[in-house]
Unconditional design. Structure first.
Length: 290
């Protein structure tokens, strides 16, 4: 028995999942988001069987992820579609990734292609009982020239969900990308909660002293991606808002970004984040008296 409504886990590359799961399961991760970068490089059916055998009774697979640019690369759209078809093999009902972008053109010019590509993928997802969650990373792009992913601002989200008004489409949200855009994550979380299908455990630290003295273009770093527990966000508030709005799903730590807890300290940071998020969730489960 425990906090099964919101599980705390981490991300793993699909190609390393079978190798790494036995090493990190003992730390207490409760879910895993398994991801591909631009291509499917394993046998999905064989890998799913091995993964399910490894995690049986210990954790769940929260999402299968495919990250590429489906709006300009048909192979990426096809790869995402294959993940939709294969999600059930892992026991997952969610596929995550980038929305894609027509690069080098203002973001609204991506919308006709978005409607065509994601209209078809959303229908496939609906038929399979699967939902799609768009990651919010800007990948170094902006409104006038997006890169890889147009799903990086609330204005774009409104446009996207108007173009394809499918209940299958939602968000893979995290405070980090909001803080990088100088957005307060908590009001946004409350507003968009019904469209948040998956949460990444990633935070940020904003150096307000730098912003107030030299601005965004002064040549000094002013924001850093952080592992939860080391950034600016109060995750107790995040989890409270999720629970108040009946979110049932996973918060999966997205590591490999923290400027301090990296290299040999990567999993020191990740396991700290795991325990921190469990604390923010309320600590150890205590059954009520009967």
């Amino acid at each position: 028995m425990g906090h099964d409504d919101i599980r705390i886990g981490t991300l793993l590359g699909m190609s390393n999942a079978v190798k790494h799961l036995p090493q990190i399961l003992p730390h207490g991760f409760e879910s895993f988001s398994l991801t591909f970068w631009q291509k499917i490089d394993v046998d999905l059916e064989e890998t799913a069987k091995k993964v399910k055998d490894l995690i049986a009774g210990k954790a769940v697979i929260s999402t299968v992820g495919f990250f590429g640019n489906p709006l300009t690369t048909p192979e990426h759209a096809d790869g995402f579609g294959k993940c939709i078809e294969a999600a059930h093999l892992f026991g997952a009902k969610l596929v995550s990734g980038f929305a894609g972008a027509i690069e080098g053109k203002p973001l609204p010019e991506s919308m006709p292609v978005f409607k065509k590509v994601w209209g078809e993928l959303a229908k496939r997802a609906e038929d399979k009982g699967v939902r799609i969650a768009f990651e919010n990373c800007d990948m170094g792009g902006n409104w006038d020239s997006p890169r890889f992913n147009i799903a990086h601002s609330p204005t774009a989200w409104e446009m996207m969900f108007n173009e394809v008004p499918s209940p299958a489409l939602g968000l893979e949200w995290e405070p980090c990308h909001q803080l990088v855009s100088l957005i307060d994550p908590l009001p946004q979380l409350r507003k968009w909660i019904d469209k948040i299908y998956h949460v990444h455990g990633k935070d940020a630290t904003v150096a307000w002293d730098v912003i107030k003295t030299t601005g965004l273009r002064g040549g000094k770093p002013w924001v850093w991606h952080r592992t939860p527990g080391f950034g600016d966000t109060n995750w107790t508030d995040v989890i409270s808002i999720l629970r108040m709005h009946k979110y049932t799903g996973c918060i999966d730590i997205e590591g490999w970004h923290d400027p301090v807890y990296k290299g040999d300290l990567e999993y020191t940071g990740q396991v700290h984040a795991l325990n921190y998020l469990k604390h923010c969730r309320g600590g150890a489960f205590v059954p009520n008296p009967v």
